[in-house]
Write a protein that binds this ligand. Structure first.
Ligand code: NAD
Length: 260
């Protein structure tokens, strides 16, 4: 496959950084976003360049702000001349019973995990249509398919992201564009580490005990899914010839979590 230009949101950490690193190593140019200080941005840029990205640029937008997202996407398209692939990965979690769920946290979770993808997709679709090629991968979650108590906003956002994925697939199916959702189970990233820490605090247990308990409760494999496995899956959807026929799918990679 020729070198592509990929825009990856939330690529300064965790799964997004993993996908960016893999795609950089395969020789693709990377436009990336995420909340990070200048030192971390430089670190990510250096890592992606060293991995093999022909070009790599950071775009600073808060994914809660629609106008900033639209402006960021416009700048990236102008800088690179094209965006062939979009990975909507930026996300946050907040856990609380619905009656205690702060309104501003609800708004943030919906804005970052769902609405931001509407804005990035709407911005890149016209160019993808013109060129007759586009690959959109939305990082949803098992919570896009089933739910957990305490995660009303996250479940609503991720179910919404799966719905958005299906609509976009239908709208662009004859234009060489695919749009799919990857639905990971537990992956050990800062987003999950915070949940492990909350459980350690509540129960007075060790990190190792809580990490193990957290996985075993929901994920029959008893193992975390790795960042590298998700990056490989995204790469498959973006660059493989089989990937061209995956469209509108919500694809679990979850050690049998959603088989239950
Ligand atoms: P992470 O915390 O390591 O990374 C999240 C990324 O999103 C970071 O780069 C962060 O800067 C960015 N981000 C957060 N708020 C932002 C904002 N307002 N504006 C711009 N960027 C912002 O977490 P992760 O686990 O790598 O999560 C990546 C995606 O994977 C998320 O959408 C998450 O819901 C999803 N996911 C994670 C797991 C898991 O177990 N870790 C499971 C299923 C789905």
């Amino acid at each position: 496959m020729d070198s592509l230009t990929l825009f990856i949101t939330g690529a300064t950490s965790g799964i997004g950084f993993g996908i960016a690193s893999r795609m950089a190593a395969a020789g693709h140019s990377i436009a990336f976003n995420g909340l990070a200080d200048a030192a971390r941005v430089d670190e990510v840029k250096a890592a992606l360049t060293d991995a093999g990205a022909p070009e790599c640029r950071y775009y600073d937008a808060d994914m809660r702000k629609p106008q900033d997202i639209r402006a960021m996407m416009q700048s990236a398209e102008a800088d690179f001349g094209r965006i062939d692939g979009l990975v909507n990965n930026a996300g946050i979690q907040f856990v609380a019973p619905v009656e205690e769920f702060p309104t501003e946290k609800w708004d943030d979770v919906i804005a970052i995990n769902l609405s931001a993808s509407f804005h990035t997709i709407a911005a890149v679709i016209p160019g993808m249509r013109e060129r007759g090629f586009g690959r959109i991968v939305n990082i949803a979650s098992t919570h896009g398919l089933i739910a957990s108590a305490g995660k009303s906003a996250y479940s609503a956002a991720k179910h919404g992201l799966v719905g958005l994925t299906r609509s976009i697939a239908l709208e662009a199916a004859t234009d060489g564009i695919t749009c799919n959702a990857i639905c990971p189970g537990w992956v050990r990233t800062p987003l999950v580490e915070a949940q492990i820490e909350a459980r350690m605090e509540a129960k007075g247990t060790s990190r190792q005990e809580e990490a193990r308990a957290l996985v075993i409760e929901r994920q029959p494999s008893g193992e975390f899914v790795s960042i590298e496995q998700i990056a490989e899956f995204a790469d498959f959807l973006i660059t493989s010839s089989a990937g061209a026929s995956f469209n509108g799918a919500a694809l679990p990679i979850d050690g049998a979590w959603t088989a239950q």
